[in-house]
Design a protein around this ligand. Structure first.
Ligand SMILES: *[C@@H]1O[C@H](CO)[C@@H](O)[C@H](O)[C@H]1NC(C)=O
Ligand SMILES: *[C@@H]1O[C@H](CO)[C@@H](O)[C@H](O)[C@H]1NC(C)=O
Length: 530
C-alpha cells in the first residue's frame, strides 16, 4: 500500500520532469492586481511541469496571496509601508479616475495621473531598497542559484535584482507608459507613420494630422522616459550596481519579452526575434456556471444575457452613475449579470442581477451571452476575444482606452465615455452591439484568429522561459542595436557623410566647370583676336 503510493508519487514526479527535460529554478518579481492574476497562469504551469517557482512578495499586497497554500514558494520581504498606505494609494487612484480627472482637459488629466504614478515611485524605491540593500536576503537569493528570473517591469527593481544576482531574465508585459520600455529599452521598432503610440487610442491607419500627433507624442514620451529614468532611477540603480547605468540599460538586457497581446488584437507591426506575443494565455474553455446563475441565464430565453463588469478596482460608483446605468440596463430585453459591490441602485430593473463576483470567463463562454460591458482591462478583453463576444467599452485609465480603441478599430466594440455617458448613450451602444450582426461577426473572426495558432500562447510563454533556462540566456536573439548610439541607429552619421560627399562633388564639379569655361572663354577671345 505504502510502496504503491510512493511508486505513483515517483511516477508522477518523473512524468512532470520528463515534460521539461530540465527542471529549473525560477525567481519571480511580480506586480499586484490584474497583473498578478495574469502572470500566475504562467507560474502555475511552470510549477505543474516540475519547476521550482519562488515569488518575491512584499509583506503587504492586495491580490498576491502568499498565505494561501499553493505549488508556488513565496519569499516574503518586509516593506516599510503598511496596508493602510497601500489601500490609501488605491483609493487615491480611484478618486482620481472617478471624480478628479473627468473634469479636466486631456493634458491636465495626463499630468495629474503622471504625478500620481511618480508619487508611487517613492513606494517602489522603498520596496526596492528593502530587497537589494538587505545583505542576508540577497545572499540567500544568490545561494539559491536561480536559473531564470521572470519580471513584471510595471513594478520596477526586478531587473536590478536579476543583474545583481547575474541571472538571465524574461519580461512579461502588456504595455508600458507610451510603450517606452519596449521601444526605448527593448529597442522594438515603432515607425510613427503606422505604429500608434500606445495609450492614446490611435490606430494603424492615421490621417495626416493624426500622424503629426503620433510623432509629437513619440518625441514627448521619449523625453518623458529619459526624465523619469534620470530623476528617479538612474542614481538609485547606479549606486546599487556600483557603476553608472540607467534603468533602461538594465531592462534592455532582458533575454525575452513576453508581450500579452497577439495579432487578433495588435495592429501588424515590426518586431524583434526576442519579442514573443502571448496574449490570451490565461483564456480557457468555459466551465459550467453555478446552478443559480445557470437558471438565471437560461431564463433569458431567446434574448440571451449581457455580462457587465468594471473590473476589480472599481467596486462602487456614485448613486447618480449607478442609477443611470441601471435604468439603461432595465430597458433591454436581455438579462444582465452585473458585477457590482456598491449600494443597490433604486432604478435596478427586474432583468438585472448584482453579484459581488462573477465567473467572467465561464459567462463569456456561455452560448447565451450576447454582449460584454467592460472597462477594457486586458484580461477581460482577451476573454471576450477568445469566446467571440462583442463589447461595449467604458475605459477609464492606463491601457484601457487603448484596448478598447483596438477592439473598436477591428469592429468588435463600441466605446462610450465613462464621464460623459448618458442613459441613452449606454442603451444605444448596447443595442448596436447586440442587434447589428457585424459586431458579432467581427468578434467571431478575432476569436478564430486567436484559436488558429500552431502553439497555444501559454505553451509558447513556457517554451521561451524553458528555452532561456536551457541556453542560459538568449543572447543570439539580441539585436546589435543595443550597442549602437542614437545617431548610429538612425544612420545620421552615414547620411551626414554621404551628404558631405555629394556637397564636395558638386562643389568640385562646379569649380572645374567654371575654371574650364573661363579658360575656354579666354582662348576663344584669343583666337578671335588672332
Ligand atoms: C533581511 O532579510 C532577512 C531574510 O529574509 C530577514 O529575516 C530580515 O528581517 C531582513 N532585514 C531587514 C532589515 O528587513
Ligand atoms: C462607496 O460606498 C461607500 C459605502 O457604501 C460610500 O461611503 C462611498 O461614498 C462610495 N463611493 C462612491 C464613489 O460612491
Amino acid at each position: 500500500m505504502v510502496s504503491e503510493k510512493w511508486a505513483s508519487a515517483f511516477l508522477l514526479l518523473q512524468l512532470c520532469c520528463a515534460g521539461c527535460g530540465l527542471c529549473g529554478k525560477a525567481l519571480v518579481w511580480p506586480s499586484d492586481m490584474s497583473h498578478w492574476l495574469n502572470i500566475k497562469n504562467i507560474l502555475d504551469e511552470l510549477a505543474d511541469r516540475g519547476h521550482e517557482v519562488t515569488v518575491m512578495s512584499p509583506s503587504y499586497t492586495i491580490l498576491i496571496d502568499h498565505r494561501k497554500p499553493s505549488a508556488l514558494n513565496f519569499e516574503v520581504f518586509h516593506v516599510p509601508f503598511d496596508r493602510k498606505n497601500t489601500e490609501d494609494k488605491s483609493d487615491e487612484l480611484l478618486n482620481l479616475i472617478l471624480n478628479v480627472l473627468p473634469s479636466l482637459p486631456f493634458w491636465q488629466s495626463a499630468i495629474k495621473l503622471n504625478d500620481f504614478f511618480i508619487g508611487l515611485t517613492g513606494n517602489f524605491k522603498l520596496l526596492c531598497e528593502s530587497v537589494v540593500y538587505n545583505k542576508t536576503l540577497m545572499k540567500k537569493l544568490l545561494e539559491a542559484n536561480y536559473d531564470i528570473m521572470i519580471i513584471d517591469p510595471v513594478t520596477p527593481c526586478g531587473e536590478l535584482v536579476a543583474e545583481l544576482l547575474a541571472v538571465p531574465f524574461v519580461i512579461t508585459l502588456r504595455v508600458s507608459v507610451g510603450g517606452n520600455m519596449e521601444r526605448c529599452c527593448g529597442k522594438l521598432p515603432a515607425p510613427p507613420s503606422y505604429v500608434p503610440v500606445p495609450m492614446v487610442g490611435l490606430t494603424d491607419r492615421m490621417t495626416f494630422l493624426e500622424r503629426v500627433k503620433n510623432t509629437m507624442l513619440l518625441v514627448f514620451f521619449n523625453f518623458w522616459m529619459q526624465d523619469y529614468d534620470f530623476h528617479f532611477w538612474k542614481q538609485f540603480y547606479s549606486e546599487a550596481l556600483g557603476r553608472p547605468t540607467t534603468i533602461c540599460e538594465i531592462l534592455g538586457k532582458a533575454e525575452i519579452w513576453l508581450i500579452r497581446t497577439y495579432w487578433d488584437f495588435e495592429f501588424p507591426r515590426p518586431y524583434l526575434p526576442n519579442f514573443e506575443f502571448v496574449g490570451g494565455l490565461h483564456c480557457k474553455p468555459a466551465k459550467p456556471l453555478p446552478e443559480e446563475m445557470e437558471e438565471f441565464v437560461q431564463s433569458s430565453g431567446e434574448d440571451g444575457v449581457v455580462v457587465f463588469s468594471l473590473g476589480s478596482l472599481v467596486q462602487n460608483l456614485t448613486e447618480e452613475k449607478s442609477d443611470l446605468i441601471a435604468s439603461a440596463l432595465a430597458q433591454i430585453p436581455q438579462k444582465v449579470l452585473w458585477r457590482y459591490k456598491g449600494k443597490k441602485p433604486a432604478t435596478l430593473g427586474a432583468n438585472t442581477r448584482l453579484y459581488d463576483w462573477i465567473p467572467q470567463n465561464d459567462l463569456l463562454g456561455h452560448p447565451k451571452t450576447k454582449a460584454f460591458i467592460t472597462h477594457g482591462g486586458m484580461n477581460g478583453v482577451y476573454e471576450a476575444i477568445y469566446h467571440g463576444v462583442p463589447m461595449v467599452g467604458i475605459p477609464m485609465f492606463g491601457d484601457q482606452p487603448d484596448n478598447i480603441a483596438h477592439m473598436k478599430a477591428k469592429g468588435a466594440a463600441v466605446e462610450i465615455s465613462f464621464n460623459t455617458m448618458t442613459h441613452a448613450d449606454l442603451l444605444r451602444a448596447l443595442r448596436t452591439v447586440i442587434n447589428d450582426p457585424s459586431y458579432k461577426e467581427n468578434a467571431m473572426r478575432l476569436s478564430k484568429i486567436h484559436h488558429d495558432q500552431p502553439v497555444k500562447p501559454l505553451d509558447r510563454a513556457i517554451f521561451w522561459i524553458e528555452y532561456v533556462m536551457r541556453h542560459k540566456g538568449a543572447k543570439h536573439l539580441r539585436p546589435a542595436i543595443h550597442d549602437l548610439t542614437w545617431v548610429q541607429y538612425h544612420s545620421l552619421d552615414v547620411i551626414g557623410f554621404l551628404m558631405a560627399c555629394v556637397a564636395i562633388s558638386i562643389f568640385l564639379v562646379t569649380k572645374c566647370c567654371l575654371f574650364t569655361c573661363q579658360k575656354l572663354g579666354k582662348t576663344r577671345i584669343k583666337t578671335k583676336r588672332e
